[in-house]
Ligand binder design. Structure first.
Ligand code: BES
Ligand code: MN
Ligand code: MN
Length: 471
């Protein structure tokens, strides 16, 4: 990278951090209407930043939280890059487990601790500062600073809660307001997203696969009211027991999911992939220590990385029934419920899983129990072919920013919009994660390494030129 950009990056380090901290102070909990004002404030703040860089910027109103859209001018004969990210954050609960308050960004050991630090404000904004550094280079070293690609930004505020506003936008519901189709507005050669992790500290990565997901809530009903568990126990099926019985039948003790046909469409990991995962030096012992468990558990016949990155899973995300208060209460509850999800791999179809599960639950539902299955959301998994020339370009940008070439990994997380970009707009996505596995995203004490933040900005500043240079 040229010296002008490097100088600009080092001169502006503190200001980049100050700007990020200011943004992190806005509690943009997109899913909670009590925080609508702060969520909007975070969107407006971001839109202002784009405007100040001279980008054509829009705050697009939706049925939910606003979208922030910004673009640089088109470049005749040049490529277009669409950067996607999200300014909404997960609720910070349980707040009492945070070392410092979630919306008071605090630096400890070179990390900034705050909700949204890594997911996704801290990662997303590297692409704004990366562009700023590129543009500021005008004139330094004889470079004219003119951008060799067009960059478009689409930053949403409902990623953590289903993305209804973005969905409606992508389906064209707001076309009238923008004077062209959404496909025209978002037209690009490649999407870039920084909303995942590196392989390890000092080991940057390009993520070439994400899992899909299907998320359910199961309601189980028994007698018409809560009963005395002595007077009535042993005479009717208890919904809490029934729920436990049903859920334990979904996965066996070998970690194999028992929903009929569940594995039919699973694309198996290739020998090459298994070899490549094996070569990353992953340590089960370190992983156990990191998680505070004595043993790992997962689908028999697969390594930990294969399970995390390439095999479908089933996990209960929440359960409730009966008495939750202090002390003991002998109750036979009338209802029970659970939230659970399957992570899917290509080419599993979430709708097929839904149908098969509904049928299985009907068969195993005990006598005297009624159930309802609600499907919250679903999205298929994704893999980008490893040979893509965009990967080679991103690889060079990352090598420049991090001082070492990235490894290629997959991830167990889901970014459903990647499928919409692929299937609705025909555009592939480069996943360039600057986070770390232990950044506590969605947990208390979420953090982001400031060193990684600056390396991410540096890589972003290099990316535009690398993409322009591609054949
Ligand atoms: N940034 C994450 C996705 C992610 C996390 C990718 C870790 C790779 C590694 C994103 O914000 C997220 O939380 N996604 C949800 C999607 C769901 C709500 C549809 C997820 O994966 O649970
Ligand atoms: Mn995210
Ligand atoms: Mn998230």
């Amino acid at each position: 990278m040229n010296d002008g950009i490097t100088d600009y990056l080092s001169q502006n380090k503190q200001r980049f951090e100050a700007d990020l901290f200011e943004w992190l102070r806005m509690a943009s909990i997109g899913t909670d209407s009590a925080y609508d004002d702060q969520t909007r404030q975070a969107a407006v703040w971001l839109a202002e930043k784009f405007k100040n860089l001279g980008l054509e910027t829009d705050l697009i109103e939706t049925c939910g939280q606003p979208l922030v859209y910004a673009q640089t001018p088109p470049v005749a004969g040049g490529k277009t890059v669409l950067v996607y990210g999200h300014y909404d954050v997960q609720p910070p609960d349980p707040v009492e487990l945070w070392t410092t308050p979630p919306f008071e960004p605090t630096v400890r050991n070179g990390n900034v601790y705050a909700r949204g630090a890594t997911d996704d404000k801290g990662q997303m904004i590297t692409h704004l500062f990366g562009l700023e550094a590129y543009l500021a280079d005008r004139g330094v070293d004889g470079s004219d600073g003119s951008l060799p690609v067009q960059v478009k930004y689409l930053i949403e505020g409902e990623e953590e809660s289903g993305g209804a506003g973005l969905d409606a936008f992508l389906k064209g519901e707001y076309d009238k307001d923008i004077g062209m189709t959404v496909a025209e507005k978002l037209d690009a050669d490649i999407v870039v997203i920084s909303d995942c992790s590196q392989y390890a500290p000092g080991k940057p990565a390009i993520t070439y696969g994400l899992k899909g997901i299907i998320y359910f809530e199961l309601f189980v009903y028994g007698p018409n009211r809560d009963l005395h568990s002595g007077a009535f126990g042993g005479t009717v099926n208890n919904p809490a027991n029934a729920l436990a019985q049903m859920l334990t039948q979904i996965k066996d003790d070998q970690g194999r999911i028992q929903v009929p046909g569940f594995y039919d469409d699973v694309v198996e990991l290739t020998e090459e992939e298994r070899g490549q995962f094996g070569g990353l030096g992953f340590s089960d012992d370190d992983f156990k220590t990191q998680l505070g468990v004595e043993d790992l558990f997962g689908e028999a016949g697969f390594t930990t990385l294969e399970r995390r990155w390439g095999r479908p899973t089933f996990d209960i995300n929440g359960m409730w029934s009966g008495y939750q208060g202090e002390g003991a209460k002998t109750v036979l509850p009338a209802e029970a419920g659970a939230k659970f999800s399957f992570r899917l791999v290509p080419a599993q179809d979430p709708n097929k899983v839904h149908e098969a599960l509904e049928k299985m639950l009907a068969e195993i539902c005990p006598a005297g129990i009624r159930f309802e299955l609600k499907n919250h959301h679903g999205a298929p998994g994704f893999v980008l072919p490893l040979g893509s020339p965009f990967m080679a370009a991103a690889s060079r940008a990352i090598e420049s920013g991090f001082g070492t070439a990235p490894v290629f990994v997959r991830s167990g997380g889901s970014i459903p919009v990647v499928n919409q970009f692929k299937h609705m707009l025909g555009i592939d996505t480069l996943l360039l994660g600057w986070g770390q596995d232990d950044d506590n995203l969605h947990s208390p004490d979420e953090k982001f390494s400031l060193a990684d933040f600056h390396k991410g900005i540096h890589s972003s500043a290099c990316l535009w030129g690398e993409i322009a240079k591609m054949d």
